[in-house]
Design a protein around this ligand. Structure first.
Ligand SMILES: Cc1cc2nc3c(=O)[nH]c(=O)nc-3n(C[C@H](O)[C@H](O)[C@H](O)COP(=O)(O)OP(=O)(O)OC[C@H]3O[C@@H](n4cnc5c(N)ncnc54)[C@H](O)[C@@H]3O)c2cc1C
Length: 431
C-alpha cells in the first residue's frame, strides 16, 4: 500500500456520482468468503458470489476504486490484452479459442452488469486501434479476419491514413481499426456502482480496513487493525498493491506507474473535430498513448509505463508534450486534472488467476498488465464459479498459463524489467 499518486486530483474522483463511504471494520465477522481488495476484481467477485447465494465480506484498505480500477483510461476494449495464440502449448487450440472468446464475452458481461443494475457510468460504444507504422496497419487486417472467424457480431472497419480524420484529427498514424463492440466509460462510477449493487445483494463492504495478516487453515482468518473476519474461502484481488500480504503472489506482479491528464472542457466544435465519433483511441507504442473524450468533453489522455517506482514530479508537465505531439492544435488548452495509477504487469503479460497450491481455499486474480476493465469481470466470474460450484473450466484454462515469478526478488525485478522495456523501445525507435 505504498503507492500514493494523487487520487484526489483525478477527474474521476472529482466527478464520481456515488462516493458515499462504507464503514471500517470494527469487531469480528464470519462469512462463506472474504474478499480482499475493493477494485473491479474484488467487487465483481463479491457480487458474483452474492448472486450465487454465498455470504461475503469485502475488505478494502482505502476506498472502493482507490486503485487502478478508479484511475484508468476508461477504455473498455475486447481481448485479454495480449495475443493469446502463443499459449497453445499450455492450453491447446481449444484453450486459445476459449481465451479469444472470453476476450469478447467479457465486454458483453460488463455491459450486462451495467444494464442489470442500472449503473450510470457514461458508457459509449466505439473504439479505434491506431497504427503507428504501415506494418502495424497491415497487421490489423489479420486481426479483423480473426474476429470474423470467431463470429464477432459487432462492426469492424479498417480506416486508411487518408480517411482517418473521420475518427481522429491527428496526422500521427498510418491507419486504424474501428471496433464498434468496444468503447469507453467512467471507471470509478462503474466500480462504485457495482459495489452498491453488491451491497444491495447483502455483501458486507468495509473501507479503510487494510488486511494486515492472514492466518491460513480450513477456516482462514483475516486480521485488520480493529477486526477479524473468519471465512471458508479467501479471494485476493489486490493486484499491484498486494505488497507483502502474500509474498508468493506479489513476486509475480510488477507494479508500474501509468499517468493520465484531463483538459478543461473543450468547446463543442473543437471536441467534435478532434474525435468526431467520440471513440476511445489507443496506439501501438510500447508505452502506449490512450485517449478519449469524457462526458463533459474533456480530452482524457493517458500514457507511459514507469517501472522505477518514482512518479514524475509534475504529471501535467510530463504528459503535455505527449498530448501536443498527437494534437498540436491543443497548445492553448488548460490541463485541469492529473493523476497516476499502478498497473500490475506479469512476465508474460497474461493475467494470473488461480488458487494457492499450499492453501487451496485461497483464490486470486491479478496482473492484467494494463488491460483489466473487461478481464477483471471475467476473472471474477471464474473465481465465483470455482468457489460456488467447486469447479470452473475457464479457471482451469486461465491457470494453465504459467504464473511466472520475476527474477531478483523485490529489489531487482523492477530494474530488470526497466532494462527489458528499454530494449523494446530501442527496437521501436530503430524501426
Ligand atoms: C493509469 C491506468 C490506466 C489504465 N487504463 C486501462 C484502460 O483504459 N482499459 C483497461 O481495460 N484497463 C486499464 N487499466 C488496467 C485496469 O485499471 C486494471 O487492470 C484493473 O483496474 C485492476 O483491477 P483490480 O481490482 O485487480 O486492482 P485495483 O483496482 O488496483 O484494486 C486493488 C485494491 O486492493 C486494495 N488492497 C491492496 N492491499 C490491500 C490490503 N492489504 N487490504 C485491503 N485492501 C487492499 C487496494 O487498496 C486497491 O483498492 C489501467 C490501469 C492504470 C493504472
Amino acid at each position: 500500500m505504498s503507492f500514493n499518486t494523487q487520487h484526489a486530483a483525478s477527474y474521476y474522483a472529482a466527478t464520481a456520482r456515488d462516493a458515499a463511504p462504507y464503514p471500517s471494520l470494527d469487531g469480528e465477522l464470519t462469512a462463506d468468503v472474504c474478499v480482499v481488495g475493493g477494485g473491479l476484481t474484488g467487487v465483481n467477485t463479491a457480487l458474483e458470489l452474492a448472486e450465487r447465494g454465498l455470504s461475503v465480506v469485502l475488505l478494502e484498505g482505502r476506498r472502493i476504486g482507490w486503485g487502478a480500477s478508479g484511475r484508468n483510461g476508461g477504455q473498455l476494449i475486447r481481448g485479454i490484452g495480449h495475443d493469446v495464440s502463443g499459449f497453445a502449448r499450455y492450453v491447446g487450440q481449444d484453450g486459445v479459442r476459449y481465451l479469444k472468446q472470453a476476450g469478447i464475452d467479457s465486454v458483453a458481461l460488463v455491459a450486462e452488469r451495467i444494464a442489470r443494475y442500472g449503473i450510470a457510468c457514461d458508457l459509449r460504444w466505439g473504439f479505434c486501434e491506431l497504427a503507428n507504422t504501415p506494418a502495424q496497419f497491415a497487421a490489423f487486417k489479420d486481426e479483423q479476419d480473426d474476429l470474423a472467424a470467431l463470429g464477432y457480431r459487432h462492426a469492424t472497419r479498417l480506416v486508411g491514413a487518408g480517411q482517418l480524420n473521420e475518427i481522429v484529427a491527428s496526422d500521427q498514424y498510418a491507419g486504424g481499426l474501428v471496433d464498434m463492440g468496444s468503447g469507453h466509460l467512467h471507471p470509478l462510477d462503474l466500480v462504485q456502482g457495482e459495489a452498491r449493487a453488491a451491497h444491495g445483494m447483502g455483501v458486507r463492504l468495509f473501507e479503510q480496513s487494510p488486511v494486515l495478516r492472514i492466518e491460513h487453515g480450513p477456516t482462514v482468518t483475516l486480521h485488520t487493525a480493529r477486526g477479524k473476519v473468519r471465512a471458508s474461502s479467501l479471494v485476493l484481488g489486490c493486484n499491484a498493491h498486494l505488497d507483502e500480504l502474500e509474498p508468493r503472489l506479489s513476486g509475480k506482479v510488477l507494479p508500474a506507474g501509468s499517468y493520465v491528464v484531463a483538459t478543461e472542457p473543450l468547446p463543442e466544435a473543437l471536441a467534435r473535430t478532434l474525435i468526431p465519433q467520440n471513440m476511445a483511441l489507443c496506439d501501438q507504442k510500447v508505452g502506449l498513448d490512450y485517449y478519449r473524450l469524457t462526458a463533459d468533453r474533456r480530452l482524457l489522455f493517458g500514457g507511459a509505463c514507469h517501472y522505477s517506482g518514482r512518479d514524475p514530479k509534475d504529471i501535467a508537465a510530463y504528459m503535455r508534450p505527449k498530448v501536443l505531439k498527437v494534437f498540436p492544435q491543443l497548445a492553448n488548452v488548460r490541463i485541469d486534472f492529473q493523476w497516476g495509477g499502478m498497473i500490475g504487469i506479469t512476465a508474460n503479460r497474461f493475467p494470473q488467476v488461480g488458487r494457492l497450491s499450499q492453501h487451496p481455499n485461497v483464490y486470486y486474480a491479478q496482473g492484467y498488465s494494463g488491460h483489466g476493465l473487461n478481464v477483471t469481470h471475467w476473472t471474477a466470474k471464474l473465481l465465483a464459479e470455482s468457489i460456488a460450484l467447486g469447479h470452473s473450466h475457464g479457471l482451469d484454462v486461465f491457470s494453465a498459463v504459467p504464473h511466472l515469478t520475476f527474477p531478483g526478488g523485490k529489489a531487482l525485478r523492477s530494474p530488470l524489467l526497466a532494462l527489458g522495456m528499454l530494449w523494446y523501445r530501442l527496437r521501436e525507435a530503430l524501426g
